[in-house]
Design a binder for this molecule. Sequence first.
Ligand code: NAD
Ligand code: LMR
Length: 328
Amino acid sequence: MNKPIRVAVTGAAGQICYSLLPRIAAGEVFGTSTPVILQLLEIPLDKAQAALRGVGMELDDCAFPLLQDIIPSDKPEVAFRDANWVLLIGSKPRGPGQERADLLKDNGKIFIAQGRAIDAVAAEDARIAVVGNPCNTNCLIAAAQAKRLPRERFTAMVRLDQNRAVTQLARKAGVAVSAVERLIVYGNHSPTMFPDFANATISGTPVPQVITDKAWLNDTFIPTVGKRGAAIIEARGLSSAFSAANALIDHVRALLTPGPTLHSLAVHSDGSYGFTPGVWAGVPVRTTSPGTYEVVKGLVHNEFAKAKISATNAELVGERDAVRELLA
Ligand code: NAD
Ligand code: LMR
């Protein structure tokens, strides 16, 4: 057995966590040789704390052999203490008719205090993954508070968009999802995101040679992926939950598994692919050692793709400028 890993999770009584926590406790994320200590944060309202107690009871009732302890709290400084992974999910989801950026005003400030607390008390090797929307800019806000931890440790989730894109391409081509590889989502987790089909492959062949319907790729595929979150809210009356939890598991596992596979991750931009340095943008990364990644450079984009990347970058820069006062 490995040393136990401390995993802090915010929004622990919410929808996404209801699907996520049992999977972490079962060993699906950190492996079946790694005991976990769940450090669960919820807001200090009676209703939220009662719901959190209920979640704790259900986790107890699963008798997960790997679940060594559960630490519920309403204080970030308690929940994040010595955490090796911090999963920032807690925040308000959007409702029908809203864009994720509309949440910035309410959600942005959560990430200042949490960023500070992470920097103050999380483990030396802490990795942070942001899911709460708008996740790219919330990640920027949290990372701006970090003085001790390197900003590369802060990543935001565009994996759900990658997974959505993979399924759409597989359906259109009539193949299994496993046949689709190298699909990277660039930019913001918003309708401006760019799922780069041209560099993706189906059974090793570039997607445009398999799916030759260019109009479908440009005018159906891209907006379907970009607006999938809204379509789910429209259908369910609630935002995606178990698919988001599943994507976060893929995100963390990708970061734990070194190898040549390309993953879509929103990371601190170093200017690659024309993103403005300092925003958190979805780019191709590969994991070099557990928890450490590098941006994969050199993927070639045509003018259409470059224009899409430029548009999603402009939105990220606009969000950054809108929260400038939260970045001090
Ligand atoms: P939810 O409303 O079901 O749960 C959110 C929970 O967070 C609530 O229990 C709430 O009390 C808690 N919370 C709020 N502020 C908090 C704080 N400061 N500290 C700790 N907990 C806090 O929402 P959900 O469906 O679980 O979604 C959570 C977030 O994830 C939303 O912002 C949603 O838009 C986002 N999301 C992102 C993606 C993505 O792909 N990046 C996908 C799905 C959902
Ligand atoms: C999603 O993509 O499903 C989430 O970001 C929720 C939303 O607001 O769309």
